[in-house]
Design a binder for this molecule. Structure first.
Ligand SMILES: Nc1ncnc2c1ncn2[C@@H]1O[C@H](COP(=O)(O)OP(=O)(O)O)[C@@H](O)[C@H]1O
Ligand SMILES: [Mg+2]
Length: 265
């Protein structure tokens, strides 16, 4: 049980001796077990927002709360998946996934149970003893996702986790993440600049403006997904052909395009 709350969050940085606002003032609540995607132009402060929830960075003003407590540093109830898979190259797939559980001091039987469950769920069976360099990018990202889920964190933070994958692998991973997320509901903050990915995965999509990052619009995808029964279609390309999907995607594209025009004109 965990929710994420941004209260008037601003983050200023200094670049070339000048201070500028990277995050201009964000108010947002991600409810318990809700999957929220943030999209926005490059440099609009998406990663900075996520780092503040992870406790890797602090707001200049305002507060970030997880489960009602102000975030002051990293914690085990918040797991992070980055674009670069960040696996331990000298550890096997099994040991990469088990790492956090060992750090928590769990016994071997429980570690085996939990790790094996996610190895099978993420299609990694047979690769338990492989090392990261022996795996494709897609397989490595499965390990990174399994490693985050196995900790059973209240909050999962993913920063463009599929950004480094080729297009076909990305689609397979999106389908698998949807299955995993529906089976193991978590409070997820998912950052991407791929509009389709956001609409396909998320309950709500937050569209951010250009720097300084502000929320332009929040789109409730879940009610449309349920009403139009997207989950009846196991394949992503069938979902993406649905009129309701196309409509949402175009709407978000238009909002994003306005962000660019606002800067260039
Ligand atoms: N540690 C930092 N010091 C100075 N500037 C930073 C730092 N981190 C991010 N920025 C700047 O803040 C802005 C937002 O960055 P970021 O959150 O990474 O954007 P996004 O993830 O949306 O592409 C960018 O202009 C970036 O250069
Ligand atoms: Mg980023």
């Amino acid at each position: 049980m965990a929710d994420i709350r941004f209260e008037a969050v601003q983050r200023a940085f200094v670049q070339g001796g000048k201070e500028f606002l990277a995050v201009g003032g964000i108010d947002l609540v991600v409810a318990n077990e809700e999957f929220v995607a943030i999209v926005g132009p490059s440099g609009c402060g998406k990663t900075t927002c996520m780092r503040m929830v992870a406790g890797l960075d602090q707001p200049s003003s305002g507060r970030v709360l997880v489960n009602g407590e102000e975030v002051t540093g990293p914690g085990p109830e918040r797991a992070v998946v980055f674009q670069q898979f960040a696996l331990f190259p000298w550890k096997t797939v099994f040991e990469n996934i088990a790492f956090g559980l060992r750090a928590m001091g769990l016994g071997q039987t429980e570690i085996d149970d939990r790790v094996n469950r996610f190895i099978s769920m993420m299609g990694l069976s047979g690769y338990e003893q492989a090392y990261p360099h022996q795996l494709s990018g897609g397989m490595q990202q499965r390990v990174a996702i399994a490693r985050a889920y196995v900790l059973d964190p209240g909050v999962l933070l993913m920063d463009e986790p599929f950004g480094a994958l080729d297009a076909q692998t990305r689609v397979v991973m999106q389908e698998e993440l949807v299955r995993l997320a529906r089976k193991n509901p978590k409070t997820v903050l998912f950052i991407t600049h791929a509009v389709e990915e956001a609409v396909y995965l998320a309950d709500r999509v937050v569209v951010m403006s250009r720097r300084p990052g502000l929320i332009r619009e929040i789109i409730d995808v879940k009610s449309i997904r349920e009403k139009e029964r997207w989950d009846d279609h196991p394949r992503i390309e069938d979902v993406m052909d649905l009129g309701s999907f196309v409509h949402l995607r175009s709407h978000i594209w238009r909002t994003l395009r306005e962000q660019h025009l606002g800067d260039d004109q």
